[in-house]
Design a protein around this ligand. Structure first.
Ligand code: NI
Length: 155
């Protein structure tokens, strides 16, 4: 496993639509492992493949209930709404409130190629929505309702 370099906003790879994974081969498994290590190293709760420069529909996340690996994820149910502050490892130091569903169900392939579903509410629903946006080239700051200046608040 290895920590990969995180692509920062301004690199056009973050604005591109990612391609579906056709085959879960050893490169995909290595990518999943590296993405998890990179996410934990950066103290993030989620990371999408384009953030490490790979245009594949792959996301890893861990909101405190253990690691999740999502290949070709699709949100198949979404309900309610919540407005909470978010950040992104690709946009360091920037935080802002975004409107997201309160609950989502996401369908995806796990690393064994099995089609599975996971439900997420609260932070997990935010994280799933934020990371899946990355796969379509959308960054959270495009959706911010109000930017939050944490340094100012702490003065
Ligand atoms: Ni992000």
């Amino acid at each position: 496993m290895a920590i990969r370099n995180i692509v920062k906003k301004g690199d056009e790879i973050l604005n591109k639509r990612c391609k579906e994974v056709k085959e879960i081969n050893s490169r995909v498994i290595e990518l999943l492992d590296d993405m998890k290590e990179t996410m934990y190293d950066g103290n993030g709760v989620g990371l999408a493949a384009p953030q490490v420069g790979v245009l594949k529909r792959i996301v890893v996340m861990d909101v405190g209930d253990g690691p999740l690996e999502l290949i070709n994820p699709v949100i198949i149910e979404a309900e309610g709404e919540q407005i909470e502050a978010e950040g992104c490892l690709s946009i360091p130091g920037v935080y802002g409130t975004v409107k997201r569903p309160q609950r989502v169900v996401v369908e995806y392939l796990n690393r064994n190629g099995e089609k599975v579903q996971t439900e997420g509410t609260d932070l997990k629903a935010i994280c799933i929505s934020h990371e899946l946006d990355h796969l379509d080239g959308i960054l959270f700051d495009e959706k911010v309702i109000e930017f939050v200046d944490y340094e100012k608040e702490n003065e």
